[in-house]
Design a protein around this ligand. Structure first.
Ligand code: PLP
Length: 394
């Protein structure tokens, strides 16, 4: 079963016109915003939704691979059950990482894991130390419970300023409840090299919980990157968050998980309230098994990313080096919000502003035909300039 729906040109044009009316380009929020952010009541119809090239939310536009679809399809028969064979999802995740089932906590997406970690470690006015800009859920959870965030700006080259984050964690040690790293980072797509993660893990106070968000782990190609799961095996208070939303294309099905020491998982459990549906548990197991399918997905998405990054740079607009399924392109001094609106008018949804990087546009890597629509739109909006890369600018 292919979840990608072909959309005819007529349906596309009509759909976009209607959808723009529905969207209204209103400032109150992004209709298709990522989990929990900027939701609006007016939802588009399926046709309106399908008509857009959706490059705004770092989704996987290929849809789940056949192995995952087959596994999910085969368990519809459990949809009327409370107790059903769950495919051994917790055991499968534990075996995949070489940890025990008590080191695993499932969440309705890794977004729930981030919230649970925030609730577990930030109550009582504790602070979270992290970079800025980054994925906002932990900071939003913090402000929801009146905890504070110490946000350290990115370096000039958009990498995370690990020494400054370590310094902030140590200076405020008595009030810091959580140290947060996103690797690779969202919205930039940049990795934190393994040596810098190691420095952070070993330089903050020994008992300080460290959340390492590896949502985009599966797309990384840089040899400087490493997963942080081994720190959990060492018994450090490290929580690694992973998701099936990206590589397995299951964002709408909601499954993520945490890997952490058993006593940390135990504390987090008290705040975890979502139940996970039968289908995605089986889909998750199938995805973990399907290493060839994962490799194929990674190759397709990274190959497409490289091709369109090169086109943008040849057009004169440098792109921040990304190891994720999205990238950020410099707009040559233009503010991003009106550019997002111009793209919408062309039927292409691209990322929202990420202050203070408001002269960069985040683009999720879609299907080649969607990327063609994007690059065509980009060339209509932005004039050709002298070819330019990020490295060339520094
Ligand atoms: N972490 C990062 C860095 C993300 O970008 C996202 C979503 O885009 C998430 C976590 C949450 O994803 P999900 O809840 O679908 O697992």
């Amino acid at each position: 079963m292919d979840v990608r729906k072909p959309v005819s040109r007529r349906r596309f044009v009509g759909g976009v016109a209607t959808a723009l009316g529905a969207l209204g380009l209103r400032p109150e929020g992004d209709l298709f915003a990522q989990g929990g952010q900027g939701r609006r009541n007016a939802q588009p119809t399926s046709d309106e939704y399908d008509a857009f090239a959706k490059l705004a939310n770092n989704e996987n536009n290929y849809g789940p691979p056949k192995s995952v679809m087959d596994a999910m399809t085969s368990v519809w028969r459990y949809s009327n059950r409370y107790g059903y064979p769950d495919g051994g999802i917790v055991q499968a995740i534990a075996a995949h990482h070489g940890v025990k089932p008590e080191n695993v906590l499932l969440g309705a997406g890794s977004g729930e894991i981030l919230q649970v970690v925030g609730l577990t470690y930030l109550h009582g006015n504790k602070k979270v130390v992290g970079c800025d800009p980054t994925y906002a859920t932990v900071y939003q959870t913090a402000s929801g419970i009146k905890a504070e965030a110490i946000k350290i700006p990115l370096n000039k080259d958009y990498s995370q300023n690990i020494p400054a984050m370590i310094e902030a964690a140590n200076k405020n040690a008595s009030s810091v409840g959580l140290f947060y790293l996103v690797n690779p980072n969202n919205p930039t797509g940049m990795i934190i090299p393994a040596k810098d993660v190691d420095l952070a893990v070993k330089s903050v106070p020994k008992d300080m919980p460290i959340l390492i968000d590896e949502a985009y782990h599966h797309f990384v190609e840089s040899p400087e990157y490493a997963t942080s799961v081994p720190y959990v095996l060492e018994g450090r208070p490290v929580i690694v968050a992973r998701t099936f939303s990206k590589i397995a294309a299951l964002a709408g099905m909601r499954l993520g998980y945490a890997i952490a020491p058993a006593e940390v998982i135990q504390k987090m459990r008290a705040y975890s309230i979502s139940s996970i549906n039968a289908l995605v548990k089986h889909g998750g197991v199938a995805s973990l098994k399907d290493t060839a399918g994962q490799a194929d997905m990674k190759a397709k998405i990274n190959g497409t990313k490289k091709k369109y990054v090169q086109m943008l740079e040849a057009h004169g607009y440098p792109v921040i080096p990304s190891d994720a399924n999205f990238f950020m392109v410099s707009l040559g001094g233009r503010e991003v919000q009106p550019v997002i609106e111009e793209f919408r008018a062309k039927g292409v949804l691209v990322g929202r502003p990420f202050p203070p990087m408001t002269q960069h546009l985040r683009v999720s890597v879609g299907l080649p035909e969607e990327m063609d629509r994007f690059i065509q739109g980009f060339k209509e909006i932005f004039p050709q300039k002298k070819a330019s890369t990020m490295a060339g600018q520094q």
